[in-house]
Design a protein around this ligand. Structure first.
Ligand SMILES: Cc1ncc(COP(=O)(O)O)c(C=O)c1O
Length: 220
């Protein structure tokens, strides 16, 4: 089975997925929708090619990481094979998690939390836009991550090491690079976990550091 993995976050991505309609190019796609709740207005990729798309999702990002409840949706033709593959790794979700998840979904708590997270993501993206206004940031108000093309002469690994010494973790582009090609001098910022106060302080540190050169801070 060939698989294609992608995170669904922006409408621009949808256009690129039209080849799903062409069997010559794709056999199966895995739609990783864990952050899909940030854009509830977008149809899933599965709507374009329901026979060849497997949607996986979980409640870790929408509700709570400790909930450990996930779900998978596929065409009926694939269900048995996928279910047996799943059972080789795990048998069932914990009873408490399932009960809590079911309750929160049916009584509307999940929707309220999702709404709050959408507003929270937009708030955090506004902070990034303000604090890192001088830099090249690729972001979306409906995302909990952003991409930072670092200013020269910073290289991603050097920057990651320099910020780590200040207690901040960011991810270098190489972590997302497929194959052995050259990774850009960019880092990904994950905005969801820190408190608003810590995020604010961290963005200040990041902006200050990126405005200097690696030699200035003894990073090389
Ligand atoms: C993009 C992404 N997908 C999946 C997961 C794992 O989700 P779960 O805890 O529900 O297995 C994570 C966890 O951090 C994640 O960041």
């Amino acid at each position: 089975m060939s698989t294609i993995c992608s995170q669904s976050s922006s409408s621009a991505r949808w256009a690129g997925w039209s080849p799903l309609a062409s069997p010559a190019l794709f056999t199966y796609a895995i739609e990783h929708a864990i952050y899909g709740f940030l854009r509830p207005d977008l149809p899933p990729l599965a709507a374009l090619a329901p026979e060849r798309t497997v949607v996986i999702d979980s409640l870790s990002k929408r509700l709570a990481p400790g909930l450990t409840v996930g779900n998978m949706h596929s065409s009926p033709a694939l269900t048995d094979r996928l279910a047996s593959a799943l059972r080789t790794g795990t048998w069932t979700a914990a009873r408490f998690s399932l009960a809590a998840a079911t309750q929160w979904i049916t009584d509307g708590t999940a929707s309220i939390i999702e709404d709050g997270k959408r507003r929270d993501a937009a708030t955090r993206q506004r902070m990034v836009a303000q604090r890192l206004a001088a830099f090249s940031i690729r972001a979306d108000p409906c995302a909990y991550h952003c991409w930072w093309d670092l200013p020269e002469p910073w290289r991603a690994e050097t920057f990651v090491a320099a910020v780590a010494r200040r207690g901040i973790a960011v991810t270098p582009a190489a972590a997302f690079t497929v194959g052995i090609g050259h990774a850009p001098s960019a880092v990904r910022l994950a905005l969801a976990s820190p408190s608003i106060e810590n995020l604010d302080a961290a963005l200040d540190v990041l902006a200050g550091l990126a405005s200097t050169s690696p030699e200035d801070v003894g990073a090389e």
